[in-house]
Design a protein around this ligand. Structure first.
Ligand code: SF4
Ligand code: SF4
Ligand code: SF4
Length: 285
């Protein structure tokens, strides 16, 4: 019932937008995916909006569809999508004026069994940080949200855990492809000068990939969980990215995708930065 009401509100906003020709297309969701999934949908005419659906199976991030676009588009944005859009604006990948954001509250997404999707249980941002139109879900106000506990087990335990996780990795790059932030035309791991990826993949190569990706996501991860959800091998190295995210929040007061006006942590130069060892243990200076 709640989702039906929200869907109707979303449809009427979208219909108005398309009727007024303010946007050329609206990126949203429709029903009919595998096992009840709600899947990305591009509404181009006022009639199309009747196909739009909002619910707890709209897990896939749709913000990456507008990456690099230079025409005016509308987009239905749950908080993690709105954070991605904010990051794209901050990183000058899209212009704020080119996106009309229909922000929607989110109580969390579930899979076909009703279990929470990766990222959602830990998600602390349930209201879209930016929007042009806002669709409220009253249930969000009574959610009991507490920050996830640190998973830092100390240097040796961290290393052992990392080694076990990457043992499962087959270097398929699904995690990279699923991440909004991995939009480089050529990923560092695919470059051959230097050759980061020898013909025979060993643990060192896998570590290089995952550590490199972690560093490239420093202060940029919006904690959507898409990387973890996309891994068919069950590798979970997102806990490392989470630690880096926490470090950036503590040291720089910066949370990715919350404010397009805030200077990103990676552009801040502080001479008194703490230097923390990658896997947690050593602290220099
Ligand atoms: S990560 Fe947060 S905003 Fe995104 S789907 Fe999960 S609960 Fe919703
Ligand atoms: S972690 Fe999973 S998705 Fe990422 S490269 Fe390894 S096997 Fe593929
Ligand atoms: S690293 Fe994973 S959780 Fe973070 S933004 Fe990318 S896909 Fe989402």
């Amino acid at each position: 019932m709640i989702y039906e009401e929200m869907t109707n509100n979303i449809r009427s906003v979208c219909e108005k937008l398309l009727n007024s020709n303010d946007v050329e297309v609206i990126v949203a969701y429709r029903g009919g995916g595998v096992e009840g999934m709600q899947i990305p949908y591009f509404a181009k005419t006022p009639e199309d909006v009747q196909n739009i659906e909002w619910g707890d199976r709209c897990y896939q991030n749709i913000a990456p569809y507008v990456h690099g676009l230079s025409k005016k588009v509308g987009i239905l944005a749950k908080p993690c999508d709105a954070r991605i859009l904010t990051q794209y604006i901050t990183e000058q990948q899209i212009k704020r004026d080119d996106v009309y954001i229909i922000g929607v509250d989110c109580v969390g997404m579930v899979d076909e069994n009703g279990d929470p999707r990766p990222g959602c249980p830990d998600c602390m941002v349930r209201k879209p940080p930016i929007y042009d139109e806002y669709i409220k879900d009253d249930r969000v106000d009574s959610l009991d949200l507490s920050p996830p506990a640190s998973e830092d087990g100390g240097l040796e335990a961290n290393f052992e855990r990392f080694r076990k996780e990457i043992d499962k990795c087959i270097m398929c790059y699904a995690c990279r492809q699923a991440c909004y932030g991995c939009y480089c035309k050529t990923c560092f791991i695919d470059r051959d000068l230097p050759d980061w990826q020898p013909a025979e993949i060993d643990a060192g190569t896998k570590m290089t990939f995952h550590m490199g990706r972690t560093m490239h996501l420093a202060g940029r991860c919006v904690e959507c969980g898409a990387c973890e959800a996309s891994c068919e091998s069950g590798v979970n190295v997102r806990y490392i990215i989470k630690e880096v995210t926490k470090f950036i929040e503590d040291e720089y007061g910066y949370s990715a995708g919350m404010d397009p006006e805030q200077v990103p942590a990676l552009l801040v130069n502080k001479f008194d930065d703490r230097e923390v060892g990658f896997l947690g243990g050593e602290t220099h200076g």
